[in-house]
Design a protein around this ligand. Structure first.
Ligand code: NAD
Ligand code: DAU
Length: 353
């Protein structure tokens, strides 16, 4: 069967990547979607069981840092597009193990760029290298203001510095070699299949187990939350309609201080779990702050709204309920994860706080 486009999605077994893979596989039966993922602790092929038998889906277990492995994928599938999501993605892990972030996020991205230029060198027509990045590259806001595409980079954690570095490499390859690149920088995602080290799935899981909810510092830090399927829709749109060499900010227009979000989660889960009103809030426990904790992120997404017609669709309360229900009805998925190296991570991360 010959496919109109052959697109590699890196990190397709992870949280956002699996939603992107599913959307592309189902929306475009005439495209071949090649999921390239090395399956770190965060990669889980169970995320894709509903679509992994489709004729236009294929999985390749390859490390993005492996030059031969990536070159082979390009040649085997005659790849003409990349949507690059593979990364080390958790800020707390970047504080305890920064070098893993340098390796995957910087060296891995450089390797993908280098392989793309080598494989496509003679013809960039109909080619695209789409790099999925984060709003954290812009640094930390005070009470006022928003991140624009023109906001100067000011990353403050090893994670955000490694993502900023990868963004610079992508732009440099676009400028130097004429590689047709596009970048998006998105705010905090939430939804089904997120690894329970991140705030929302971790706290859902702890509420179910009646465990402490470890709020960093005073819980006053602010994040702008976007439902993962809205992000996947933006990625689909940018891949197809975004301008070469451009950057698009993606956000939920949905700012919450951590403590207000956590209280909402507790209240919603009191009712879903038939607990007394206020019972879950008693689990809140203020713990030592994250080192270098960015105070506030907030995205101005007017460019993608005006130029590509995208806007966040899912109301937060609706998305949060959908997410809670997904975790409650997929307890096996959560338990499988928690039976692995997660126990050791949890102990190291929270026991001495
Ligand atoms: P995730 O941690 O859930 O998934 C990352 C995936 O990448 C996993 O499947 C993992 O196995 C794979 N991977 C890691 N190292 C690899 C390597 N060397 N080779 C091949 N595969 C490798 O991450 P996520 O939250 O889904 O984030 C995906 C992307 O989106 C990242 O680039 C992240 O920076 C970006 N992003 C995330 C958010 C968010 O809120 N989660 C927001 C904005 C941007
Ligand atoms: O802004 C986009 C970024 O959002 C992505 O690039 C990252 O990949 C993603 O992990 C996320 O980063 P954050 O650090 O904002 O997400 P996290 O879920 O780890 O934390 C959200 C907020 O909650 C943050 O202010 C820290 C706080 N927190 C987190 C955890 C895990 C707690 O108070 N307690 C916790 O146990």
């Amino acid at each position: 069967m010959s496919f109109e486009k052959r697109i590699v999605v890196t990190g397709g077994a992870g949280f956002i990547g699996s939603h992107v893979v599913r959307k592309l596989v189902l929306n475009y039966p005439n495209y071949q979607i090649i999921n390239v993922d090395v399956l770190t602790y965060a990669g889980n092929l169970e995320n894709l069981v509903d679509i992994d038998q489709k004729a236009n889906y294929v999985f390749e277990k390859v490390d993005i840092c492996d030059q031969e492995g990536i070159s082979n994928v390009f040649a085997k599938y005659n790849v003409n597009g990349i949507i690059h999501l593979a990364a080390e993605s958790h800020v707390d892990r970047s504080i305890s193990d920064p070098l893993a972030f340098i390796q995957t996020n910087i060296v891995g991205t450089a390797n993908l760029l280098n392989c793309a230029v080598a494989f496509w060198r003679n013809d960039f027509t109909d080619k695209r290298f789409y790099h999925v990045s984060t709003d954290e590259v812009y640094g930390s806001l005070g009470d006022e203001g928003f991140f624009l595409e023109s906001t100067p980079y000011d990353p403050k954690s090893p994670y955000s510095a490694s993502k900023a570095s990868s963004d610079h490499l992508v732009r440099a390859f676009g400028h130097t070699y004429g590689l047709p690149i596009v970048i998006s920088n998105c705010s905090n995602n939430y939804g089904p299949n997120q690894f329970p080290e991140k705030l929302i799935p971790l706290f859902i899981s702890n509420i179910v187990a009646k465990k402490d909810l470890p709020v960093y510092g005073k819980g006053e830090n602010v994040r702008d939350w976007l439902y993962v399927e809205d992000h996947a829709e933006a990625i689909d749109l940018i891949y197809h309609n975004g301008e070469n060499q451009e950057t698009y900010n993606i956000g939920g227009e949905n700012e919450w201080s951590n403590i207000n979000l956590i209280k909402l989660l507790c209240t919603e889960m009191d009712s879903v779990l038939n607990r007394e009103s206020g019972e879950n809030e008693e689990l809140i426990s203020y713990v030592k702050d994250r080192a270098g904790h960015d105070f506030r992120y907030a995205i101005d997404c007017s460019k993608i709204k005006h130029e590509l017609g995208w806007s966040p669709k899912t109301r937060f309360e609706e998305g949060l309920i959908k997410t809670i229900k997904w975790y409650l009805s997929n307890s096996e998925w959560v338990e499988n994860i928690k039976s692995g190296e997660y126990q050791a991570y949890y102990k190291a991360q929270y026991e001495s706080r």
